[in-house]
Ligand binder design. Structure first.
Ligand code: PGA
Ligand code: ZN
Length: 416
């Protein structure tokens, strides 16, 4: 492995106009990698700590100058002139240097940016595409099947509807090209339907989803079914729905405030089961709150399809192991910045796969034009990728990268 010459960083802006961190790792032989890290809005409480400046006069306290300075200063000093055998060795040194349980001293945004920039620089040094670096010795077999945001509510759309995302997933396509073409058809049809019904133009939420004034969560789901049909496709056969309920964000003291309904955990689990019965939904993410473990297990016992944990698991191996032990989920939503290094995220991924779970690699609501997520999902051979809607360049950067990887490798999209 080459010697690290320098780690540098820059405060840049994400898709919501909030600061985030970009890092560059340069080796002494000249190879280098530059990446930027995303940021969430509907965050789990067990996520690694995103370091923000807290100065209300600048970016309303959200500045990332401290995280940037940590890379340019302390981390650069610790890493300059050193060589690391592999990604795991570098990541462990970062974790030790920070020396807190949730990466709050140096900031998970600073730490992840360095972890990823090193990966990108290693790929450049080996003259291989980033997905091959991520794959290592593992054979590349498939591309992930995307779940694409159609309608938004929750924290991504001003909270007008309790549930956060209704997504679509083409089921039978085998190429990324066909998958995206079908998705765009449904998205455009949905936009036309919404315009007719609500008199709205393409008004979009954080991840580019449509966000009209639906009366309730069921109307949002039904509008998606209607859009699939109006596009000439069969719901549940050609295209399924996947829903991110993000229930932690309307849960308080044992109750879920689902629009006008106030439900306890059992009633919420019943509600989700009724949706699975009634609608062509194949995956429910965060159907229950992040600490409502008992009801997760009860829901999983009766649910068909993916019981997908986001805030519940926070890409954290300890929480994933707990969920495996309690049979609380059967799929992992993997967001690298929830845990803060590639090595720990990989551990989370492997743990979930070994338990027979599906893995869904996910972007955040605050994204950048960077596209490493597509390489990660391909290289780690996961089942699905969730990037948001099929509009807005910070989302399209990832889909376009998947198209380029498809053209380069000829890999098929994983069978559902
Ligand atoms: P976030 O949302 O990036 O705002 O956390 C994405 C999700 O909940 O899956
Ligand atoms: Zn989520």
């Amino acid at each position: 492995m080459p010697i690290i010459e320098r780690l540098d960083a820059l405060e840049i802006l994400d898709s919501r106009g909030r600061p985030t961190v970009q890092a560059t790792c340069t080796f002494a032989n000249g190879a280098s990698g530059t990446v930027s890290v995303p940021s969430g809005a509907s965050t789990g409480t067990a996520e690694a700590h995103e370091l923000r400046d807290g100065d209300p006069k600048r970016y309303r306290g959200l500045g990332c100058r401290k995280a940037v300075d940590n890379i340019r200063g302390e981390i650069n000093q610790a890493f300059h002139g050193r060589t690391f055998a592999d990604q795991a060795e570098l990541d462990h040194v970062l974790i030790e240097l920070d020396d807190t349980a949730n990466k709050s001293r140096l900031g998970a945004n600073a730490i992840l940016a360095v972890s990823l920039a090193f990966a990108q620089a290693c790929a450049a040094n080996q003259a291989v595409p980033l997905y091959k670096y991520f794959a290592g010795n593992q054979k590349l077999t498939t591309l992930p099947r995307p779940m694409i945001n159609l309608f938004s509510g929750g924290k991504h759309a001003g909270g007008q509807i309790a549930i956060q995302d209704v997504q679509i997933m083409p089921l039978r396509t085998r190429t990324m090209d066909d998958t995206l073409a079908m998705t765009v058809e449904v998205f455009q049809t949905a936009a036309e339907l919404v315009y007719k019904k609500y008199g709205m133009r393409l008004l979009t939420a954080d991840e580019g989803g449509l966000a009209p004034a639906f009366a309730d969560s069921e109307s949002m789901i039904e509008a998606a079914v209607e859009a699939i049909e109006a596009a000439g496709l069969k719901p549940g056969v050609d295209v399924a729905l996947t829903v991110d309920v993000a229930a932690s964000h309307f849960y308080d003291a044992g109750f879920y405030q689902l629009g006008n309904e106030r439900l306890d955990g059992s009633a919420m689990a019943e509600k989700l089961l009724s949706w699975l019965e009634q609608y062509p939904i194949t995956s429910i993410e965060d159907g229950l709150a992040e600490d409502d473990w008992d009801h997760w297990a009860a829901f999983r016992r009766s649910a068909k399809g993916l019981v997908l944990g986001d805030d519940l698991l926070c890409t954290n191996p300890t929480r994933i192991q707990k969920a495996i032990n309690q049979s609380a989920a059967n799929a992992l939503l993997l967001k690298v910045n929830q845990i803060g290094t590639l090595t720990e995220a990989r551990e989370a991924c492997d743990l979930a796969k070994a338990a027979g779970w599906r893995v869904v690699v996910s972007a955040r609501s605050g994204e950048t034009e960077d596209n490493w997520l597509a390489d990660l999902a391909t290289g780690w051979v996961v089942d699905h990728i969730k990037v948001g809607s099929i509009t807005q360049s910070e989302r399209l950067a990832k889909y376009n990268r998947l198209l380029a990887i498809e053209a380069e490798t000829g890999l098929p999209v994983i069978e559902y």
